[in-house]
Design a binder for this molecule. Structure first.
Ligand code: DC
Length: 227
């Protein structure tokens, strides 16, 4: 990994708006984008297609080590399009079922380690914006700027609901709320790389701030740091 390339990490729980903020930030700066959650989602999808059980750690680890993925930057509604083996992946990777399966796979340290080199490979000039759960704590501990976004579970469920409806994916708000709380629990309490802010991260509670407000705060720090 090239240590001279600046990295900005954006971590936080499900539905907090990391992907949208990361896209705006990368677009404004003209930097590359890594949607690390997509890697776990792609594994979940591939496991389903290949009938691999979600606790078959050996098979999942091998799949993670061989994952051939690159990203195309999209638009605000769909910040990144992953290409798996050169093929565009359908919207099924964005549904809640896939997110929940991804979170189950993400518990295994072997799988996480197998994805490290792949994630480091996204670092290239002029810079990288990386979003996920452990970008600032584990994957890019020397990042130039670390942001941790939070928002109440109710607000995140509402945002997710709007986002899914906008994409024409049907959803139930009550079910989304339940799943968000469950996913938070799992992501926060796992033994490796749990969802926690890095000690040197800047925390932004976005519950009552809109995207422009969050972006303005992040951009102010970006400028302060001369990035
Ligand atoms: O950000 P997302 O909702 O697309 O992520 C899906 C799941 O993948 C999330 O619930 C936990 C896991 N994940 C992770 O463990 N580490 C990351 N850096 C990103 C996602």
């Amino acid at each position: 990994m090239n240590d001279n390339v600046p990295v900005i990490t954006l971590d936080g729980p499900s539905g907090v708006g990391k992907g949208t903020i990361a896209w705006h930030l990368a677009t404004r700066l003209g930097w590359h984008l890594l949607d690390s959650g997509a890697l776990y989602r792609l594994l979940a999808l591939a496991a389903e297609q290949q009938h691999i059980a979600l606790d078959d750690v050996a098979a999942l680890t091998q799949m993670a080590a061989e994952l051939d993925v690159c990203f195309r930057t999209g638009d605000e509604a769909c910040p990144v399009y992953p290409l798996l083996d050169g093929q565009v992946v359908g919207d099924e990777m964005r549904n809640e079922n896939c997110g929940n399966r991804a979170s189950q796979i993400a518990r295994y340290p072997e799988v996480r380690s197998a994805l490290l080199d792949l994630q480091h490979g996204f670092v290239s000039l002029p810079g990288l914006v990386a979003d996920g759960r452990d970008m600032g704590t584990v994957v890019f501990p020397h990042a130039a700027l670390k942001i941790f976004l939070s928002a109440s579970p109710e607000e995140r469920a509402r945002r997710r609901y709007k986002q899914l409806r906008h994409k024409g994916i049907s959803a139930s708000l009550a079910r989304l709320s339940r799943e968000i709380v469950e996913r938070d629990e799992r992501d926060r309490n796992r033994a490796v790389a749990p969802l926690v802010p890095a000690a040197d991260a800047i925390d932004i509670d976005t519950t009552s701030i809109d995207i422009d407000g969050v972006l303005a705060r992040v951009m102010a720090v970006v400028q302060q740091r001369g990035l």
